[in-house]
Design a protein around this ligand. Structure first.
Ligand code: NAD
Ligand code: ZN
Length: 353
């Protein structure tokens, strides 16, 4: 089979690979809709997960089941399914002692398999482990564009709001409003935030942030965002911060803008440096009761079903994130390049296969 991937760091191309074999609990899928991710860019162009040779990329997919293993009960060939980016091994022994089994059942980040430890979904066929536990049926009436935002963008952004532990009536800052940050705005709304300060610079993203429920925009190109947030909150700061973009210094800014006792939820990938900055005085010398929770998005079937339920009950429309639609799997290279050299107009490209 043919797939599009990473030949080595800094180089992409089409790859010939064996059609994946499936075990008794697994499924073989063909893609219906695919989306490239900022993480694919980190993988190829920043060597985020180390050197990989001829690895097919892609972890955001809606697919059709082609074949299932003999122990798979709930899915059959022909079913249209949402495939989470994170597909834990739910039968792994270590899941029993794992605090966050939907991410780390076999060790840190082990639930992230596609385009990391096995070929991803930018291919004619792809393999899904533990199909009954990881796939979710595509609901009748949901568009492919909406559905392909669920495996990563929607669940990750909403997880930012969960990690930040937002309570009803809170004032929240969301740093970074690319697609993940925009879904973090949605997460903050769903958790009952009263006021949401969205930190971003691009007009298209800022407009969409307001549409999704942000109260105001803070432009990080107009000066220090801590000063701007403190000014907007009468010097008090915010109850919670979601970090969804930017270099390591944004973590220090988050600590400085959150109130004592507040919580920061980080879903951002930090690609530079050996350590991350926590400002000593901003953290009140270690005594501010400011918590930092950082997490990979949870995967698995129930998580996808819950994200789908939000959309089907019209809590928000993730289809608004889709700024560009390509047709045919050959276009995946173009869509990935679009993520690589993100122009003002790009939020999220999608390929309808
Ligand atoms: P993106 O690049 O589209 O969005 C990030 C945004 O942050 C951009 O719009 C950028 O302009 C903005 N930004 C840059 N510097 C900033 C600053 N100093 N202050 C405020 N904003 C700044 O990326 P995305 O697709 O929205 O993903 C966001 C991050 O989430 C990426 O690092 C990605 O790798 C990561 N991610 C994490 C998970 C997870 O499971 N935790 C899943 C998917 C993606
Ligand atoms: Zn992704």
């Amino acid at each position: 089979m043919r797939g599009f991937g990473m030949l080595k760091i800094n180089s992409t191309g089409w790859i010939e690979a064996e059609r994946p074999a499936i075990g008794p609990f697994d499924a073989l899928l063909e893609p219906l809709a695919l989306a490239p991710c900022t993480s694919d860019i980190h993988t190829v162009y920043e060597g985020a997960i180390g050197e990989r040779h001829n690895l097919i990329l892609g972890h955001e997919a809606v697919g059709r089941v082609v074949e299932v293993g003999r122990e798979v009960r709930d899915f059959k060939p022909g079913d249209r399914v949402i495939v989470p980016a994170i597909t834990p091994e739910w039968r792994a022994v270590r899941i029993q002692g794992c605090g966050v089994p939907a991410c780390h059942s076999e060790g840190a980040l082990s639930g992230w398999k596609f385009s990391n430890t096995k070929h991803g979904s930018f291919a004619e066929f792809f393999h899904v482990n533990d199909a009954d536990m990881n796939l979710a049926l595509l609901p009748e009436g949901m568009t492919l564009e909406q559905a392909v935002m669920l495996p990563d963008m929607v669940t990750t952004g909403i997880h930012g709001a969960e990690l930040a532990d937002i309570s009803v009536g809170a004032t929240v800052a969301v740093i970074g409003i690319g697609p993940v940050g925009l879904m973090a705005v949605v997460g903050a709304v769903l958790r009952g935030a009263a006021r949401i300060l969205a930190v971003g610079s691009r007009k298209k993203c800022a407009d969409l942030a307001i549409r999704y429920g942000a109260s105001e925009i803070i432009n990080y190109k107009n000066g220090d965002i801590v000063d701007q947030v403190l000014e907007a909150t009468n010097g008090i700061g915010v109850d919670n911060v979601i970090v969804a973009g930017g270099p390591p210094e944004v973590l220090a800014q988050a600590v400085n803008m959150v109130k004592a006792g507040g919580t920061i939820g980080n879903i951002n990938y930090f690609g530079e440096g050996d350590t991350l900055p926590i400002p000593r005085t901003g953290w009140a010398y270690g005594m501010a009761h400011k918590s930092i929770h950082g997490g990979l998005t949870p995967g698995g079937r129930e998580r996808m079903e819950r994200m789908a339920a939000l959309v089907m009950n019209r809590r928000f429309d993730p289809g608004l994130l889709v700024s560009h639609v390509f047709r045919g799997i050959d276009k995946i290279s173009e869509a990935l390049e679009m993520m690589h050299h993100k122009s003002e107009e790009v939020i999220k490209p999608v390929v309808i296969v």
